[in-house]
Design a protein around this ligand. Structure first.
Ligand code: HEM
Ligand SMILES: *[C@@H]1O[C@H](CO)[C@@H](O)[C@H](O)[C@H]1NC(C)=O
Ligand SMILES: *[C@@H]1O[C@H](CO)[C@@H](O)[C@H](O)[C@H]1NC(C)=O
Ligand SMILES: *[C@@H]1O[C@H](CO)[C@@H](O)[C@H](O)[C@H]1NC(C)=O
Ligand SMILES: *[C@@H]1O[C@H](CO)[C@@H](O)[C@H](O)[C@H]1NC(C)=O
Ligand SMILES: *[C@@H]1O[C@H](CO)[C@@H](O)[C@H](O)[C@H]1NC(C)=O
Ligand SMILES: *[C@@H]1O[C@H](CO)[C@@H](O)[C@H](O)[C@H]1NC(C)=O
Ligand SMILES: *[C@@H]1O[C@H](CO)[C@@H](O)[C@H](O)[C@H]1NC(C)=O
Ligand SMILES: *[C@@H]1O[C@H](CO)[C@@H](O)[C@H](O)[C@H]1NC(C)=O
Ligand SMILES: CC(=O)N[C@H]1CO[C@H](CO)[C@@H](O)[C@@H]1O
Length: 328
């Protein structure tokens, strides 16, 4: 009698511990019981708004990356500077776009279920759904249940988000610090198959590269491409605002052409070119090019899901922000 009673208690304790552990992770359909329409509202929002401006899918995908690399995917990228300078106002942010879309998606969700759905989850879902609406594929699962952080610090953005001037070991370290592998680095860099960059992100490759004047260019970049960029796009070393397609000819298409360009030494950033300087990374690129687009997409999906779990706050950590730009 005494024995079966303690067995029962032990059983209950184990069930409680297991459900606690489960609650600490993310799960598919986290909002199904507490706000069943949440994901649908976000998808519909993307359908309605992104179809009008499909070029906004790229910056929203990039926003998710920037969010996850600073304090985990906790929506810290959305906070406005209040007591100190926020991530948003750090150099790598300058070119993030789409904050207004996230704020509007949040408003739509809040109308239905106030205070339930985190801004961090909205970024993750909007990134996926915007790509879905603008490009069809790749599609990846977005387990939810992220909670919002209360801190956003510009200097942490600078130290955690890899610069376009990074060499391979800097990229490797930056990704490894987030639990991401060389393969994840190569696969996720494939996102540069869509979207645009400003001359300021790569001008150092075109002018005075190693301090010997304006005709001193990055030797690791195809010289015809360099000449073309200098003639038609970034006409001088102080032009920070001209926009260049990262995957010219195909920047609106999510495909393998980024890897083709990198192989041809036409990756736009030093960080793209750096992928050729490591034997493993280079082998992954060759593998991608030998594979089908469908294989790339399924690998991209895996790496995105992995990135979406970096440093997340769950359970009772953090908060559910009322407004994405401000802590409660
Ligand atoms: C590996 C390290 C990475 C570096 C150094 C890097 C750097 C950059 C830079 C400098 C830009 C251009 C910003 C501008 O001048 O407007 C850019 C654009 C972009 N990045 Fe990355 N990135 C990296 C990884 C990623 C990852 C992991 C993703 C997403 C999975 C991503 C998605 C994008 C997209 C979609 C754009 C285009 C944005 C637009 O059209 O506005 N990047 N990246
Ligand atoms: C937050 O800051 C951005 C500029 O960084 C500004 O456009 C926006 O209006 C601010 N949001 C609010 C709610 O004040
Ligand atoms: C501002 O400071 C307060 C008090 O120190 C802190 O609780 C809050 O999280 C900070 N806000 C941001 C956005 O960093
Ligand atoms: C921001 O982060 C840096 C580097 O970790 C730290 O030195 C600084 O004190 C932080 N700023 C604030 C306002 O917390
Ligand atoms: C990469 O850059 C860092 C910082 O500039 C430097 O210390 C390191 O030696 C470089 N690594 C390689 C392999 O060039
Ligand atoms: C990449 O980072 C991993 C993990 O820190 C490390 O084991 C490996 O040696 C690094 N590779 C290169 C080429 O830097
Ligand atoms: C242009 O961008 C570079 C690199 O981001 C920066 O150092 C420089 O101050 C910018 N110049 C202007 C005129 O904005
Ligand atoms: C090129 O860089 C070197 C070293 O940083 C500098 O002394 C020189 O003035 C620069 N030249 C031009 C044309 O910007
Ligand atoms: C550099 O190029 C930009 C864009 O073409 C132009 O607005 C600017 O006046 C140029 N600056 C110089 C010093 O020629
Ligand atoms: C969107 C946004 O807030 N951009 C800011 C990025 O940071 C610079 C200063 O470094 C601000 O001028 C921008 O407004």
């Amino acid at each position: 009698m005494e024995n079966s009673k303690s067995l029962l208690i032990a059983f209950i304790v184990i069930v409680c511990i297991l459900s606690k552990i489960e609650g600490q992770g993310l799960k598919l359909g986290f909002y199904d019981s507490v706000c069943p329409q949440a994901e649908k509202i976000i998808l519909n929002f993307a359908k309605k708004h992104i179809s009008l401006v499909p070029e906004m899918a790229a910056p929203l995908l990039r926003m998710h990356f920037h969010d996850c690399f600073v304090r985990g995917c906790d929506g810290s990228v959305l906070l406005n500077s209040t007591n100190s300078t926020a991530e948003k106002n750090a150099t790598p942010n300058l070119t993030i776009r789409g904050f207004d879309l996230i704020d509007k998606a949040k408003t739509a969700v809040e109308k239905q279920c106030p205070g339930v759905v985190s801004c961090a989850d909205i970024i993750a879902l909007m990134a996926r759904d915007s790509i879905l609406v603008a490009h069809g594929r790749p599609f990846w699962n977005v387990p939810t249940g992220r909670r919002d952080g209360r801190i956003s610090n510009a200097s942490e953005a600078l130290s955690n988000i890899p610069a376009p001037t990074s060499n391979f070991s800097q990229l490797n370290t930056s990704f490894a610090n987030k639990g991401l592998s060389v393969k994840d680095l190569v696969i996720l860099s494939g996102a540069h198959t869509i979207g645009i960059a400003h001359c300021s992100s790569f001008n150092t490759r075109l002018y005075n590269f190693s301090g010997n004047g304006d005709s001193d260019v990055d030797p690791s970049m195809d010289k015809f491409y360099v000449a073309n960029l200098k003639k038609n796009k970034c006409k001088n070393s102080t032009d920070n605002s001209t926009i260049v397609e990262m995957d010219p000819g195909s920047f609106k298409t999510f495909d393998l052409s980024y890897y083709r360009l990198v192989k041809k030494r036409r990756g736009l950033f030093q960080s793209d070119a750096a992928l050729l300087t490591d034997a493993n990374a280079k082998a992954y690129i060759d593998q991608e090019l030998a594979n089908t687009k469908a294989t790339f997409f399924s690998q991209f999906a895996k790496s995105m899901e992995k990135m979406g779990r970096v440093g997340v706050l769950t359970g009772s950590a953090g908060e559910i922000r009322k407004q994405c730009a401000f802590v409660n």
